[in-house]
Design a binder for this molecule. Structure first.
Ligand code: ZN
Ligand code: ZN
Length: 310
């Protein structure tokens, strides 16, 4: 029977930035620069090597790379402005000395008090030191888009990584085919542009494929980037509902309403015995708690609306 103290290390905060905090404009400019970089390199690609191939009857290249660029561009812009699952302040009657405990698939979680947002965070909710917000199901802070990746936008993050992998692969293959088919032609601007596009595309492909692979493995195991495997003691991850269910919950399940009111609710269904234990007024008491009586099956879907945490 896991004790409450076993779950305490799970609630470790993401590491704050070590450097002196930069003005908010610099991360925003970096994210905007990445969008501009994508547009500029794509414009060069379509205006030179891809145009040459199309003029010579190779219409398959623009037909494949065009939609991939549109998908990549819109997923990148969408992720920049998406809501990662921000949790706002809960009840003003709460305080750091109150103790809330929840059980997730026989694992106890003592809810941590966020001093910045002044509420008890649900499990897997962390305070992003870069954005200064609490995000539900926090995965990581992505500096490339200057946004947190959490419950509400993780699927868009996966879409961006996947579309970038496909798009850069298409760019690289197209440029290489163009260079092979123009070996008999003299040196031209088209060739310079093809090399200029192919080199960074190849450089980004390997880390992006590795990132896609790591994220896919994390989704399969219901893990998050900000949580190390070692934190789940005895190898038990209470959020793991099986590979297929984990993918469904991450990619396809309804996101639920946004947290734009004072009430703090838990959106994500994580198991049948996700039960709130009544508040205790002494932080020294929770070790005496007993787990709630298990229902019929530890992974049965919980019924009814999300519970409030107020
Ligand atoms: Zn917070
Ligand atoms: Zn953030």
């Amino acid at each position: 029977m896991p004790l409450l103290k076993d779950a305490m290390p799970l609630m470790k905060e993401p590491q704050p930035p070590l450097q002196v905090p930069l003005p908010w404009i610099l991360p925003s400019l970096f994210a905007a620069f990445n969008v501009v970089l994508l547009v500029v390199f794509s414009a060069l690609f379509f205006a030179f090597p891809c145009r040459w191939l199309a003029q010579n009857g190779e219409w398959a290249f623009p037909i494949v790379t065009g939609p991939l660029f549109v998908l990549t561009f819109f997923s990148l812009v969408s992720l920049n402005f998406s809501d990662p699952g921000i949790l706002h302040q809960g009840s003003t009657e709460q305080g750091p000395m109150m103790v809330h405990v929840v059980w997730v698939n026989h694992r106890a979680f003592r809810l941590q008090w966020c001093q910045k947002c002044c509420f008890h965070r649900p499990p897997r909710t962390y305070h992003c030191p870069w954005c200064n917000i609490c995000v539900e199901d926090f995965d990581h802070h992505c500096k490339w888009v200057n946004n947190c990746i959490g419950h509400r936008n993780f699927r868009f993050f996966m879409l961006l990584v996947l579309s970038l992998c496909l798009y850069l692969s298409a760019l690289l293959v197209t440029c290489l085919i163009f260079l092979v088919r123009t070996t008999h032609l003299p040196f031209s601007t088209d060739k310079v542009i093809a090399v200029t596009v192919a080199v960074p595309a190849a450089g980004f492909l390997v880390p992006l494929f590795l990132l896609l692979l790591i994220q896919a493995m994390s989704v399969s195991a219901a893990e998050r980037s900000c949580e190390g495997k070692c934190r789940y003691l005895q190898g038990y991850n209470p959020f793991d509902q099986g590979c297929a269910s984990n993918w469904y919950l991450t990619i396809c399940a309804p996101l639920g309403p946004k947290y734009m009111t004072e009430a703090v609710q838990l959106q994500r269904v994580v198991g049948s015995d996700w039960v709130r234990v009544p508040s205790l007024h002494s932080p020294t008491c929770p070790f005496a708690l007993e787990p709630p009586a298990p229902t019929s099956g530890s992974l049965r879907a919980r019924e009814g609306p999300p519970r409030e945490w107020r």
